[in-house]
Design a protein around this ligand. Structure first.
Ligand SMILES: [Zn+2]
Length: 288
């Protein structure tokens, strides 16, 4: 087979593993046919920019071309990408895989797909694998069981799972309740008024999340973790259940609690908080 005909279908198509990312699937075919992943992509989509661009911004036309070459349905190709992820939720899609599922990785290895990378490994709002429901592990850290040495949990596991469900419904299906969980997550990571000062611990960047889940700031100080800003809210897997639980608790408590939290911010952080709240209120305004 040659690549001279850009429309030629592949004689052998490897089945994707559950939740496999498009670039991973293309790269595995590249390995099989001994070409570069880029060449494999361009065999189907001659004007494609990069594998990452295909994962993030695949157009219907490009999905159709890939579906033809790889003998699949267009909808199946689109589901392997982040093309349908709402723009605000893309803040939580990482460029590299930041976590893995050891159960799925082992199963994929047995299926001769050792190099497979799953979509969920790039989604920084997940704590549980969507394929097998086992806990995810931080990349390079082995199985979920080894995370027992991590920081103590400040939250009920159900709250964390409820928060994850809110994020999943929004990011994967565009469905939200009275508020976008991404907006709640951003509010929780805004800096709060440091008062009252913790006499035992100097808290460098006290967060709103500490008001919803008391003890969060102290835990962060003790573990030495760096908490990102609200614009790039990607937390280490060990601290993520606390953030997700904060989202679920805030969603449950309703708009009034957001007003109260706003009063606990100062200066530019107060203005930033107010801007996100204004966006929430605008999107909730009934259509006339
Ligand atoms: Zn899994």
């Amino acid at each position: 087979m040659t690549f001279s005909d850009g429309r030629k279908q592949l004689p052998v198509v490897l089945p994707p593993v559950p939740d496999e990312l498009l670039s991973s699937w293309i790269a595995r075919h590249a390995g099989f046919y001994c070409v570069s992943p880029q060449a494999m992509l361009r065999h189907a989509v001659p004007n494609a920019r990069s594998l990452k661009a295909a994962d993030d911004h695949l157009t219907d036309e490009q999905a159709g071309l890939l579906a033809h070459i790889f003998r699949r349905e267009t909808s199946e190709i689109r589901r392997m990408t982040f093309a349908n992820t709402p723009i605000s939720a893309r803040r939580l899609v990482t460029a590299k895989a930041i976590q893995t599922c050891s159960t799925c990785a082992t199963r994929n290895e047995r299926a001769d797909a050792t190099a497979a990378v799953l979509r969920s490994w790039h989604q920084a709002w997940r704590i549980v694998c969507p394929v097998c429901a086992n806990p995810l592990s931080a990349a390079g850290q082995g199985s979920g069981a080894e995370r027992g040495d991590g920081p103590p949990s400040l939250v009920h596991p159900n709250d964390a799972l409820n928060g994850e469900r809110l994020l999943e419904n929004y990011s994967e299906r565009g469905v939200q309740t009275w508020v976008s969980p991404i907006d709640l997550l951003r509010l929780l990571l805004i800096r709060r008024d440091p008062k009252p000062i913790d006499p035992d611990h100097w808290i460098e960047t006290p967060k709103i999340l500490d008001l919803v889940v008391p003890g969060f700031d102290r835990l962060v100080a003790e573990t030495g973790a760096t908490i990102p800003t609200a614009d790039r809210p990607i937390l280490p897997l060990s601290l993520r259940p606390t953030l997700l639980a904060g989202v679920a608790i805030l969603e449950r408590s309703g708009p009034k609690s957001i007003v109260e939290l706003h009063s606990r911010t100062i200066g530019p952080h107060h203005a930033y908080f107010g801007k996100i709240v204004a966006d929430i209120l605008t999107s909730n305004k009934p259509h006339t």
